[in-house]
Design a protein around this ligand. Sequence first.
Ligand code: CA
Length: 587
Amino acid sequence: MHLEAFYHGQRNNWSYAYDKRTIHLRFRTKRNDVEHVYVAAGDKYDWGRTYREKEMLKTASDALFDYWEVAFRPKYKRLTYGFKITAGNETEWMTENGITSYQPQPPGGYFEFPYIHAIDVFTPPEWAKNAVFYQIFPERFCNGDPSNDPENVEPWGSAPTYTNYMGGDLKGVQDHLDYLQDLGVNAIYFTPLFESPAYHKYDTLDYKKIDPAFGTNEQLKELVDECHRRGIRVVLDAVFNHSSENFFAFKDVREKGEQSKYADWYHIHEFPVQVKDGIPTYDTFGFFGAMPKLNTANPEVKKYLLDVARYWIGDIKLDGWRLDVANEIDHHFWRDFRSVVKEANPDAYIIGEVWNDSIAWLLGDQFDSVMNYPFSSKVLEFFANGNLDGFSFANSMGYLLMRYPQQANEVVFNLLCSHDTDRALTRCGEDKRKLKLAVVFLMTYMGTPCIYYGDEIGLKGGNDPECRRCMEWDPKKQDHELYDFYKLMINLRKNNQVLRSGQFHFLKADLGDKRIIYERIDDSMHFMIWMNNHSEPTTLTHPFETDDWIDALSGEAVHIRDGKMSISLDPFGFRIISRKLAPQEWE
Ligand code: CA
C-alpha cells in the first residue's frame, strides 16, 4: 500500500457533524490501492463498552485518490477513532500518532471529534435542497412599465453593449410569474436591484432603494409577497465589496480628502483619490476607479452594511442573499453577516460568489452555498466541448464532491452559465443535443440547480455583453421543444427526492470513452442515468440483478436479459431509468 497517500484531517470536509447526531468521516488512499478501510471508534471515557469497527464506503475517486466515507451516530456525541486499512494480507493503522502495522493502544493518540455542538453544525435551509432557481438579469428580462424607462432606452431586443438600456423592470417580472410557475422553477435569483448608475447595477448608489428604472421598494415587497403565495422564493444580489464612486461616503471623501469622516470607509493609499496611469490611489474592484472597495473591517461600515442586510431580509421578507465578489471581503464581516441575516430569517439562504475552492466559507459560520463555477466549467468541458473522456469527467466530479461537507454539496449553487459567462447553448456550439445532456446532468446531480433566464427557450450569446441579451417573448421566436424539455427535467427533479438528496456514484466512466452511467440512490428510490456523449450511436450494457426498472420519463418497463441490461442510445442521447426500493435493499 502507498502509505504516503493516506490522509485524514480532523476538520472541514474530512471530519464534520452532518446534523445534531451524525458525524461524517472521510479518508483518502491512493487510487485502486487498498481493498477495505474501517474506522475503529469509541467514546474515550467508556472505550470498552462503546468500541466498534465500521467499514467505510468508497464514495468518490479522482485521478490520484480514492475517498472513503462513513457516518457515525455516537450515543454521547463524542468520537475517538482510528483507521484500519487493508489490502490482501497487509493491514495498516492510521491514528493521529502516525501509521503503524499493528493497532496502537487506544484511545490515546487516536483522532478525535470532541463533541457535536448543535450551534456549530452547518445547517443550510431545508428549502434550498428542494429549490430549482431561475436567474433574472432585471434590465433584460421584460419591460413591463415603459413609464419608468431610462431616457436613452433602446427598443426591446436591440444588440446589447456594455452601457445600453432596454427598460426591463420589476413589473415585467411580476407579469411573467405564470410563465415561471409553468416552467416549474420555485426560486428566483435577481442580479442587483438597488439604485446604481450602471445598467447592471453592480456599483451601488443607495443600498436601501430599488433603482427607479426597476420600480420601488413597495413594488419589490408586492412581488416578493406574490412569489411567496405561489411557492417561489426570492434571493437578491448584494455588492458589499465595493460601492459606486458616487455613493455618499465616497463622494464625501472625494470632496474633503483626508478630512472626510468617511476617509476610513475605504482603503486609500494617497489623497486626493484619483486614477493615475490606470491605477486608482485607493483599492477597487479590479482596477475600476468607479468601484471603490469598502473597508468592511471598519465598525461603522460594517454596521451600515449589516443594517442593509437586515432590512431586506426582515422588512421586505427576502429569502436570502447572493453575495458579489464575496471572497474579497474579510471573514469577520461574513460571520457577523450570517448572524444578522439568520436572526432576521433563520431560513435565509446565503450564496457567496467564490469561483475557487470555498471550504473556508462553507463550515457553518458564513455561507450556505457558493456559485459552483468549477462544476459548470467541468460539465461544459465534457458535454459542450467534448474534450474530456468519462474517466476525467468522473474524476473531476469526485474531486469537487470531496472538497465540501455533504450538506454543502446538497445546496451548492450549480449553474451552466450566468451573466458572467457564455450562454450554455453557445458553449455547446448551438447543438441542442449537447445542451440537453448538460441539463439532464444538472437536474439529476447533487446541489441546487439554477437556470439562467432564457436558456430554456434557446437564447444564445457569448460572454458579456452578449449573454445579457433581452429575453425573447415572441412565441414564434421561442424554442418550445427546448422549453418543454426543461420543464420535464425540472419536474422530474422536483418529483423525486432521490435526485435532490440521494447518494451519487458513477457506475461507468472509462478512459478514452465518452459514455457514462451514474446512479442516485436513497432508501426508497434508485435512478440510473445513461449517457452517450458521443457523435455515433451506441449500445451500452450493464449487469443488473433485478428486473423491475422503468423508463423514468415514459413509464415503460425496461427489461434485463441474462442478468444484463442493454440500452441503445442515439448520438448525444440519454436514458433515465428508475425503480422503487424495498428498505432492506439499500446499502
Ligand atoms: Ca421599464
